[in-house]
Design a protein around this ligand. Sequence first.
Ligand code: HSE
Length: 425
Amino acid sequence: MTRPAPAPARPLRIAVLGLGTVGRSVVGALIDPAWQVGVRARGLVPPELVAVGVRDPERPRGIVLPERVRRSADLLEIVADPTIDAIVEVIGGTDDAGIVVRRAMASGKSVVTANKALLAERGPALEQAARDADVALRFEAAVAGGIPVLGPLVSDLAANRIDAVRGIVNGTTNHILSAMAQDGRDYADVLREAQERGYAEADPSGDVEGHDAANKLAVLVRLAFGAWPTVSRIRVTPPAVAGDGAPGITGVRTEDLAGAHALGMMIRLVARAEPGADGAVRAAVTPVAVRESSPLGATGGVTNLVEVVAEPVGRVSFRGPGAGGPATASAVLGDLLALGRGAGSTWGALPPAGWAGAVTDDLDGERSWLLVPPDPDPAAAALGPLLLARADGAVVTRPCGLADLRARCAGLPPDLALYPVIPEV
Ligand code: HSE
């Protein structure tokens, strides 16, 4: 006797809030019959898009919605609709997004978001609200775009102690540094191109000053080390001869990239975190020097790379497209399908996070530095026995702490950036 076939699961009824670069890609897939067929072929049930929320419904978005999909400017009406099971928040920003996410969860809806700024700024409260309402909050798309890294960090690597996470988590800045280094292109010209391709945030200062990467690092820290860090405590500036240099990549000059290249090195904006003393986390997002042939050095363009160093597995790398509509939509849609399978929040079985874990300055432990002075001779003379390598005006030091290096560099321009040299592991 054959068993009757199980009744097909009811599709998850969802609303997408926001029709920007990511929202359009998500909606485009959800209403595409070919995508739905592919999902069914993998034994899953495609979600049913019932509403789209946009602040200005009349503005053309280059996407034609089926009649059955409601389009509304009233985002709060959508999140209160009891016939909707889950919300996709891709409007960005933290004010409106924070309100709709909190209201949606309070009304019993699960939420999928790509909003790293919202998570970094309000992660503890949002996590608490999701746990209180017993709904899922999923955010794979918030870190490294299309690369599945949060899920594996929490689930597949659960047998490990995480010793460090680090990587290139901002596609815009990596694209800019790569183009400046390879083609000697102008910073503003490459930034404009990144905006046109939909990589950069609406306000690109969040990308180029390192805040977007710091937001993503905060999410990684919560999942790897157990507490939401205070994101404003994460350093985003390289040290300079005196004080700090310009934030993110805004102070990286083509001369710095050329000097690094002369030594077989590349400058990358790298987010790094590892456990520090007394339960604190050492974390920073700074431009650093890496060997061109290393995984970080060889990761160019908009590609992201996240390395997890863990015991007993060793180093695991996640590499792929870190920005752009289709790649980020892949992660959002994956989270929706996970909800349809009954999966919970991205933090999985991790215990509730403490509030605002302490963050200490990552640079205290740095021992090797790259600097590209305007005139190499004074640098070489000042560094004396600290000089390890020099080519075309760029200098790499022997192991030394920051205070020692600064004392030796006292005669150099005070705003000269000092780039930590990150060894391969
Ligand atoms: N502006 C971000 C980036 C988008 O360039 O990586 C993806 O989070």
